[in-house]
Design a protein around this ligand. Structure first.
Ligand SMILES: C[S@@+](CC[C@H](N)C(=O)[O-])C[C@H]1O[C@@H](n2cnc3c(N)ncnc32)[C@H](O)[C@@H]1O
Length: 248
């Protein structure tokens, strides 16, 4: 999705865009934000959307940059956070280099590396990494390839339970996500990049980061299916939660 498309969802963002921080039942994001906070430390929320994580950052960091390609989303974020004086709003396209905001001690980036276009994504990844000061931390959430595979398996099981033969059940389930590129699958008909832990390790270490933690940020099956049957239990769908330190 590009600037115009993100602008068009700004007014209905809460209904349309899955709320990762609100579904982070183990508090992985808040835990990392708090753990890396020091007096005077600065933070940036890259692809901040309507500002769900800005109040948390503003409570724990001296100055916060809220960066997004969508001016409409930034306007909603500014309204949300009206009482918070230490947030600066920056309208920028991260696929095009770091412009208009400084490097900070902490960079939070939740489901912003979604672009199916390898050129735009390369820019997003590089700008994100270059936005962290040396010695600082990147806290990242990205969609997981393994979670799509698991959800597809569950869809096959649902299709079978509805009487489809095994070949049809698998074909229909695969058609729903139709892979288009390296880790690119359809999410609500939008081609969306997903990552494996190994890809994250390579991307981050190539850009001077030491991976400190990678964990599943798990969600309920009701995030994938309208009425998941009672037998659909663990393992659950997930995004990857990553903490990495910039070492060079
Ligand atoms: C899925 S939303 C996540 C928003 C927020 N991080 C959250 O968790 O609620 C992705 C956000 O990334 C922003 N975004 C996408 N591509 C971008 C780019 N090239 N530069 C800056 N922001 C971008 C979108 O405008 C959108 O607000």
């Amino acid at each position: 999705m590009q600037e115009k498309e993100w602008d068009s969802v700004a007014a209905t963002f809460e209904e349309e865009v899955f709320n990762v921080p609100a579904n982070d039942r183990r508090g992985l994001i808040e835990g990392a934000v708090v753990r890396h906070a020091k007096p005077g430390a600065t933070a940036t929320d890259l692809g901040c959307g309507v500002g769900r994580t800005l109040p948390l950052l503003a409570r724990h960091y001296a100055r916060v940059n809220a960066v997004d390609i969508s001016s409409a989303c930034l306007a909603v974020a500014r309204e949300h956070c009206a009482g918070l004086a230490n947030i600066r709003y920056v309208h920028a396209d991260l696929s095009n280099g770091r412009k208009g905001f400084p490097q900070t001690d902490l960079v939070l980036c939740i489901n912003t590396w979604l672009s199916a276009d390898p050129v735009l994504r390369e820019g997003l990844v590089s700008t994100t990494c270059r936005s962290v000061v040396r010695g600082g931390h990147l806290v990242l959430v990205v969609p997981a390839v393994g979670s799509v595979r698991l959800t597809t398996l569950r869809q096959v099981q649902l299709n079978r339970a509805q009487g489809m033969d095994p070949v049809d059940a698998e074909r229909r389930a695969l058609d729903q996500v139709a892979a288009r590129g390296l880790g690119v699958f359809l999410v609500d008909s939008v081609p969306t990049k997903h990552f494996s832990p190994e890809e994250l390790e390579v991307l981050l270490s190539d850009r001077g980061f030491a991976l400190e933690r990678i964990e599943k940020l798990e969600y309920g099956w009701d995030t994938e299916f309208l009425e998941p049957p009672g037998w659909m239990k663990a393992p659950y769908p997930w995004d990857w939660f990553v903490e990495a330190r910039r070492v060079r």
